[in-house]
Design a protein around this ligand. Structure first.
Ligand SMILES: [Fe+2]
Length: 183
């Protein structure tokens, strides 16, 4: 099952997601859908229903934890709810710019690969990095946050590069042109 907007709202309510998380998810979904439409217009194959559900639900795990593990925790919730794997995997892989199978055990994650790879996974992960709270912001703010936290900046830049290659233009400019006054 792929939840629509009403279904996603019901799941957030069921798990008691805070309002600010729901607002954040909606903002990420709006950016994700514009990216998804642009990719489809370029002839790319993308499952926009999965992108919408994945974006709307990407942080549902924050109803249980605000640690980096909220990605896989949210994925587990959705799996138990009978949500399709294509959506579950978007949620599981949205944290940071992805977590490799080598890093996963040291973070206490269940074994596996957590790097966004499909177009749907890349779109939601990238859109999430462009949104702080419920506002679009320069990508560089996320780069600086990665630097401060000692995260893998190269992987973050790789995510942006992949998004740009798929989109055929600078994905940061594309997003900010459309969402600089996101409200
Ligand atoms: Fe998240």
């Amino acid at each position: 099952m792929i939840p629509d907007e009403t279904g996603a709202t019901a799941l957030h309510a069921k798990y008691g997601s805070p309002d600010r998380i729901i607002q954040h998810c909606r903002a990420v979904a709006r950016v994700s859908m514009v990216l998804s439409d642009a990719l489809a217009a370029r002839g790319k194959s993308i499952d926009s229903k999965a992108v919408l559900a994945g974006a709307l639900l990407h942080d549902i795990g924050r109803s249980r934890t605000n640690e980096v593990g909220h990605g896989w925790v949210g994925a587990k919730i959705l799996e138990e709810e009978g949500v399709d794997a294509v959506v579950v995997e978007i949620v599981r892989r949205h944290v940071g710019a992805g977590i490799s199978a080598e890093e996963a055990p040291s973070l206490g994650f269940p074994e596996g690969d957590y790097v966004p790879r499909t177009m749907e996974q890349v779109v939601v992960c990238f859109a999430d990095k462009m949104i702080s709270s419920d506002r679009a912001r320069p990508f560089d703010e996320e780069v600086k946050r990665f630097e401060r936290k000692g995260h893998d900046v190269e992987r973050l830049l790789g995510l942006r590069r992949r998004m740009g290659e798929e989109l055929g233009e600078d994905p940061e400019r594309f997003t900010l042109e459309r969402f600089s006054r996101l409200d």
